[in-house]
Each structure stands twice: as C-alpha cells, then as structure tokens.
Design a protein around this ligand. Structure first.
Ligand code: DMJ
Length: 450
C-alpha cells in the first residue's frame, strides 16, 4: 500500500459521498420517454440539415463531413440506437440510405480507430439487430480495406489508411488506437469466418502489451515501426483509455484467456500506480510508466468510462467511489469539463463535447447494483445537457463549461452513445440485457452468436 493511501486510511479517511439531488418522484418510464423525445429532436435536426453527411452543425444548420466524401458516420453510428429506442420507421429509412449510398471505395485516408469503432462497430451491431446480410457485407468490405494498417514492422497498426489504395500513414500512435480494435475485428472474423481479422487485431494488442514497463504500465505514445515509446506518461484518459476496456471485454466476448491474463496484470498495475486516494474521493491520475512516480493530478471526462469497466470486472467498491468523484467533476460547474484537476477541484480543459462516458458508467452501476442513486445521477446529467446544450435543431458542444459558450457540432457519438446510454439507464431491463451483450467503446452492443 502506498504511503499516501496508508496515511489516509489510518486517519479513518473515507470521502463523504457527494450529495445527489433526490427527486421525490423519479419516474423511470417518463424519463425514458423524455430521452426518446430528445433523441428524435436531435435526429430530426440531422435529417433536416445533414441527411447523407457525416455530422450536423446544429447552429449553422449545415452538414459536416470528415473527409472529401461522406462515410455516413451519424447514420451508421445511430442505427442500432434507432432500433433500441423503437424508432423502427427511422431505422428502416436509415438502413436503406446506408445500403444504397454508403461506399468505401473512396480515395480518402481515414483514421483507422475512429472508423473501426463508429462505422465497423455500428454496421456489425446493426447487422446483429436487423439481420440484413447487406450490413455484414458492408462491414466485410470495410474490414478488408482497413487491414493494411497492420502491415507495420511490429504488427501494430498505422493511424491512417487510404480506403481505395491501402496506403498507410502515421507511425506515431497510442495504446487506445492500437488496442481498441479486437471487439470489432474479432466479431467480423467470427461472423464471416475469416480468422485473419481476429489474428491481426489480437496480435496488435499483444505487441502493445508486450511493451509494457517493468511496473506493468503503458505510456501514451508509441511508434508502430520501431516499437519504441515516444511518451512515457501513464494514465487512463484519452489515448490509453479503451485499451484497458478491450482487454477485459475481449475476454468476456470471445472467452480469450490471453486477454484475461493481460487484463488481470494491467488492472493490478493501474490500481497500484494510477489510483489516487484523496480527501475528495478516489481518482486516477498520471504517473511515469517506468518509476510509478506521480506526474499529474488531472482526471479526464474520457476516463469516466472506468467505473463501468471496474463494475463489469466486479470491483463495485472502486467503481462506486470513482463514479462519485466523476459526479463531483460534473457538478462543480453544472456540466462536465473535459479535464479536471482533482487536487484543486478546478477545470483544466473547459470544453464539454457532449461526451457519454459518465452516463455509460451510471448505466452499468445501476444495472449491476440496482442502486437508485445512479438513476438520480442520470436525471441530473439529462437536465444539465438539456439546459446547456439543446438548440432549436439538435444539440451542440460547449466550448466552456464555466461560461457555457457554445460550439457548433453534434458529434455522432451523442446519438450513438450519450442518448443511447441515457435511454438504456431509464428503460426497462428487457430492452437490452447487459449480461448478454458486450458494448464496444462506441456503445454498439455485440452478441456472441457464433
Ligand atoms: C467516442 O467516440 C468513444 O467512446 C471513444 O472511445 C472515446 N471518445 C468518444 C466519446 O467521448
């Protein structure tokens, strides 16, 4: 036990739980219905001003495409949510758009990680929910075009690949982009019976894991050609986050014992060196991957996925305490900043880009503990998002959670994740049984049908 934890424990320290506003009448059905109405509001804005494009800019009422051509990122990312929310007409119309108009035969260099989690993951989960083989054929076409990323000297993927030519670029990568591929490529392998997808994505994960430090930690940048770390700061925030998530979930989805072993060793190191017991609660900060020396006390909105992962692993004590800390971070300014110094309790990165992670964790914790506290938290998140981010034609990002100055983008993950997890939190358990699916990092539920 590290000295700071010991001193804190000996002092009888146990951070007071942050108060969560308790509503006299919290009606789950009514909240689920309200989330559905807000989903439709956002979807209608997308349909009106950005149909057939990647994302909506809700203030300028214009579409936004990531590359020269569209990859229909919002429709693909949202399709399973449309089904789960019971918006069947919209789902059929969206599926038709995708099948008729989505082409991966484009001369564009795409980011492998983003396209894998949003587009490949979205196609696979929609295929499993809607049972249309054309969705699987699209996923297979995309998977084949992404495969050249793994042709580096180490087998760890390049950052970008041209979908038409297969030309790769971007040797400087990070654990999240290297290690967040196996759920999608593995599912594609199982569904198409082409084991190459599984083998390449798993090899990338193992190659990364094999380069962990003596302490069992990873850094936040690595060169996929030389295999050398280029940044040695360790944490659970953006750039590393979902690498850990996929070690655990690949074990759960595929029963892969190597992933189980890698997860168990990794979570031990994370809890030993990155967890920080403070008077304000449990947090996870930054540390040097070689020495374990604390290098920072910043917690990220992206790291708010971690209570969900801890809960899924059965560590409900840490999961609950970390979720309480995340809730403090949310309520400090009335909505969540992207970064927060847990020592000073001040935002370090003031924007709120409509992120879902804290809501995802509330959903897991509610389902795995049955504690109403997480429904109350969810109601708070929903009210803040409506108060600060709702526009006439959708929802938009905040540039600054203190001033509430608005940005002009509705990222696809707002529909795919933020509103989906809010809906699932309040909706009846039968809508989706958490024990029967594994969500990819973009909230696409995958089922072991093989
Ligand atoms: C999403 O695209 C995914 O959840 C990813 O793992 C992290 N970033 C966004 C949401 O914040």
């Amino acid at each position: 036990m590290r000295a700071s934890i010991l001193a804190f424990t000996l002092l009888g320290g146990c951070a007071a739980r942050p108060p969560v506003p308790v509503r006299q009448s919290l009606d789950r059905d009514e909240l689920a219905a309200r989330v559905r109405v807000e989903f439709l509001h956002a979807w209608t804005g997308y349909q009106r001003y950005a149909w057939g494009h990647d994302e909506l800019k809700p203030l300028s009422k214009k579409p936004h495409d990531w590359y020269a051509g569209t990859l229909l990122i919002t429709p693909v990312d949202s399709l399973d949510a449309l089904v789960l929310l019971g918006l069947h007409e919209e789902a059929e119309r969206t599926k038709a758009l995708i099948i008729e108009h989505l082409s991966f035969d484009q001369d564009i260099a795409v980011k492998n990680f983003e396209i894998t989690i949003r587009v490949l993951g979205g196609l696979l989960s929609a295929y499993q929910l809607m049972n249309d083989p054309k969705l699987l054929a699209l996923a297979d076409d995309l998977g084949r075009r992404l495969l050249p990323v793994f042709d580096s000297p180490t087998g760890m993927p390049y950052v970008h690949v041209n979908l038409r030519t297969g030309k790769t670029s971007g040797a400087e990568s990070n654990p999240a982009e290297i290690g967040t591929l196996l759920l999608e490529f593995g599912t594609l392998a199982r569904l198409t019976k082409n084991h190459v997808y599984y083998d390449k994505a798993k090899n990338a994960l193992v190659q990364l894991y094999n380069r962990r430090s003596r302490l069992g930690l990873v850094g936040d940048a690595i060169n996929v050609e030389t295999g050398q770390w280029t940044k040695r700061d360790s944490h659970i925030g953006g750039g590393i986050d979902s690498y850990y998530e996929y070690l655990l979930k690949a074990w759960l989805l595929f029963g892969d014992e190597d992933c189980k072993r890698m997860w168990l060793e990794s979570i031990g190191a994370v809890n030993k060196y990155l967890a920080d017991e403070m008077p304000s609660g449990l947090w996870y900060g930054e540390a040097d991957m070689d020495t374990g020396r604390r290098t920072g006390t910043e917690f990220f909105a992206l790291a708010a996925f971690f209570p969900a992962v801890l809960a899924l692993d059965g560590d409900l004590d840490r999961a609950r305490r970390l979720q309480d800390s995340c809730f403090r971070m949310w309520t400090a300014s009335g909505i969540e900043p992207d970064g927060f110094d847990y020592q000073t309790q001040k935002p370090t990165r003031p924007r709120y880009p409509l992120r879902p992670e804290i809501i995802e964790s509330a959903y897991y914790l509610h389902r795995l503990t049955g504690d109403r506290r997480y429904l109350e938290m969810g109601a708070t998140f929903f009210e803040s998002i409506i108060a600060h981010c709702r526009t006439d034609d959708g929802y938009t990002t905040l540039k600054d959670v203190v001033t509430k100055e608005r940005g002009d983008l509705m990222p696809s993950f707002f529909l795919a994740e933020t509103l989906k997890y809010l809906y699932l939190l309040f909706a009846p358990d039968q809508v989706l049984d958490l024990r029967r699916v594994v969500f990819n990092t973009e909230a696409h539920p995958l089922r072991r049908t093989w």
